[in-house]
Write a protein that binds this ligand. Structure first.
Ligand code: ATP
Length: 134
């Protein structure tokens, strides 16, 4: 069936680099799958889970905090603001971030940036969801 190269890169590090049979990305307009021989594509990604399958291996899940996916010549490059493999997600940290953000969202103090707090809450909730696939 063939494979494609998957690269998941953040400003700090390369999170995934390898041959995969397929990948499913959290596109801003919905999930989309990428198989070998996919047409060229550039798409914005939302906060979500990216999953992929290595030949003969199990499905792996990665948290993506939004970014871009580029497909070209059997290379899928994901540039993400931050990303972690499900097994590397620190769930205690995500729970603490969730609680902190919930308090900020609920407090109606003027100096609280609600949009920012809601985004932090969303990242924490989705990290906890992706962490279940470890
Ligand atoms: P926090 O408030 O806990 O920092 P955050 O959503 O603000 O969470 P980000 O700005 O998305 O954090 O990420 C900052 C860095 O910390 C990135 O390198 C990211 O991979 C890492 N990171 C954040 N939360 C976790 C987590 N729960 N487990 C593992 N790495 C994390």
């Amino acid at each position: 069936m063939g494979t494609l190269q998957l690269e998941v890169v953040t400003p700090d590090k390369t999170v995934v680099s390898g041959e995969v049979e397929m990948a499913v990305c959290p596109g801003i307009e919905g999930e989309f799958g990428v198989l070998p021989k996919h047409v060229s594509l550039l798409s914005a990604l939302k906060i979500g889970g990216l999953r992929y399958k290595v030949a003969g291996g199990k499905e792996e899940h990665v948290f993506i905090s939004g970014g871009f996916a580029d497909v070209n010549n059997d290379v899928l490059t994901v540039l993400a603001e931050s990303a972690e493999m499900a097994q590397n997600i620190d769930t205690a940290r995500a729970m603490a971030a969730k609680e902190r953000a919930e308090k900020r969202v609920a407090s109606h103090e003027e100096q609280v940036d609600t949009v920012r707090a809601e985004a932090a809450l969303h990242r924490a909730v989705v990290r906890l969801q992706v962490a279940q696939f470890r």
